[in-house]
Design a binder for this molecule. Structure first.
Ligand code: ATP
Ligand code: MG
Length: 280
């Protein structure tokens, strides 16, 4: 039964999508079957996985609003074992279309139940807001991963997110665990170290010891529809995300993936993408 990780922070541009995409890819490289669900109408995770967000169908919108079968929305990627459910701009409408729906906050949870045993880990990329899409993700998840950018005002919004998580815990999902990851880290910047200190006081052991460095290759990869591993497997960014996946797998007590001992960021290129997931 897959762990379900909502990658959330209502602060924009902190590295949610980058972390969700590259962790999903890294988990698959380690041999854990991973699924990335794009819950953001911006569709950035969808594009970063090499899927055209303008034509993706069925998308998570169809699953949430039209109640399309979730397994029909699963796409394969260029990395074996890494699958994606895409989102396009129409997902904006889901907020209002679900407003009067019965159990609107638990649509995603209900849908994921049908495929949870097909994967080892599922990541949900949340939008930078705390609306009904994020509520669906928090309701469906077993853990929340909060990416925090090592810059001024980094902690802004984290308290508000914690409050929302606590509300969701009380109402529907009492066992949510919280993890934190510091992104775009540059040790030469004094402020980055201050944020790191502040955050580790706030989150303690829940802050991953892996740090994701600021790395231009990470920023370039999505424009080629690739994860960092297919774009530049030797980059510092690839090494960091693989290390983060290992640290997370250990924290979650996941059994060793079948590629655990051999996986390196510098592995051979992956075969080209297959058209549609056929394993489900
Ligand atoms: N480690 C990194 N090094 C360099 N650039 C990065 C890194 N992580 C993210 N970026 C860049 O920072 C920008 C914001 O990242 P990303 O889109 O992942 O954030 P987000 O939190 O998902 O944003 P939004 O709130 O809009 O959904 C992007 O241009 C991305 O390429
Ligand atoms: Mg994003």
């Amino acid at each position: 039964m897959a762990e379900i990780i909502a990658v959330s922070n209502q602060k924009g541009g902190v590295g949610k999508t980058t972390t969700a995409v590259n962790l999903s890819a890294a988990m698959a490289i380690l041999g854990h079957k991973s699924l990335l669900i794009d819950m953001d109408p911006q569709g950035n995770a969808t594009s970063a996985a090499g899927i055209d967000k303008r034509i993706v169908f069925p998308s998570i919108y169809n699953v949430l609003v039209d109640l399309a079968a979730i397994e029909t929305a699963v796409n394969s990627t260029d990395i074996p074992g890494y699958s994606v459910i895409g989102a396009g701009n129409d997902l904006v409408g889901a907020e209002s279309e679900l407003a009067s729906a019965v159990a609107k906050e638990s649509r995603l949870r209900g849908a994921i139940a049908a495929i949870r045993d097909k994967f080892d880990i599922i990541f949900i990329d949340c939008p930078p807001s705390l609306g009904v899409l994020t509520l669906n993700a928090l309701n469906a998840c077993s853990r929340v991963l909060i990416p925090i950018q090592s810059e001024y005002y980094a902690m802004e919004g984290v308290a508000q997110l914690m409050e929302t998580i606590n509300r969701v815990k009380k109402a529907w999902n009492p066992s949510i665990e919280i993890d934190g990851i510091l992104t775009m880290y540059d040790p030469r910047i004094v402020l980055a170290n201050q944020v790191r200190g502040e955050l580790s006081k706030f989150l303690g052991q829940r802050l991953f010891s892996t740090l994701v460095p600021r790395n231009v290759r990470i920023a370039e990869a999505p424009s080629f529809g690739k994860s960092i591993f297919s774009y530049d497997k030797n980059s510092r960014g690839a090494i960091a995300y693989l290390e983060l996946a290992r640290e997370m797998a250990a924290r979650l007590g996941m059994p060793s993936g079948k590629n655990e001992s051999t996986a390196q960021a510098s592995q051979e290129p992956m075969p080209p993408a297959a058209a549609k997931e056929t394993m489900l």
